[in-house]
Ligand binder design. Sequence first.
Ligand code: NAI
Length: 264
Amino acid sequence: PVASGPYADRFGGQLVLVTGAGSGIGRATAFAFAEAGARVVAVDRDAESAARTAEMARLIGSPEAWAETVDVSDEQSMEKLAEKVATEYGVVDVLVNNAGIGLSGSFFDTSTEDWKKVLDVNLWGVIHGCRLFGKQMAERGQGGHIVNTASAAAYQPSKALPAYSTSKAAVLMLSECLRAELAGQGIGVSAICPGFVNTNITSTARFAGVDAIEEKRRQKKSARMYGLRNYPPEKVADAILRAVVRNQAVVPVTPEARGAHLMS
Ligand code: NAI
């Protein structure tokens, strides 16, 4: 296969690592980079889906694509991954910290365990990735780019998603701090903030303790307002590649995410 798409020349030969690459936005992003000729490391805690993404990435245009089964919240596993990638595949040019879980529940109904679970994956997973791969990029001294998948939830409060929203607000600020810190080294950092995207996370998010019907009604209303029932993950993937090419800081993606960002 030959690299194609609007960014075919931009990513040829580059090494791109995507976490949460087994599904949804992560998978679409891995495919978009593959189409643009990048070598891809597809990381997911689900082995089978990561392997499938890597296999498809090769078919789409990636000269080399690998699957790695890792839980991003586990620091030791991430350290092992960073070591393996550097030794066997090279220094990552673009890191996409995208793995995330959606766990809903009103503030008082969210258990300590659930708060920790969400923060462990959504925030600590990003911290581990930025630290380990960002350090390798900085030491190599040839620049690079880090993309963190935050969310419109980072700046749009919701009664149903306090833990999730808090984790994403932290990812947004972390990205901006790191962007300032790495700017002098030619390493860009972007925070992507999608609103409602059609993936597994939105169909399987667990609603605990909130009025699920009220939440569904709210989602339907905003879907109607913005006509976004079927916002595809591929469009988020496009925004991610564009953010790297243009070195954009914060990127609200879906219509309602853009609206909420302007209001905030
Ligand atoms: P998804 O559920 O389709 O994909 C998430 C992937 O991450 C899955 O393959 C899952 O196995 C993997 N994953 C989960 N925990 C992991 C862990 N600890 N270690 C490694 N892999 C893990 O969901 P989607 O929508 O593609 O989500 C991707 C990112 O986009 C998440 O960070 C999510 O919070 C964010 N996002 C999604 C929005 C949406 O409406 N779908 C809106 C805004 C942000």
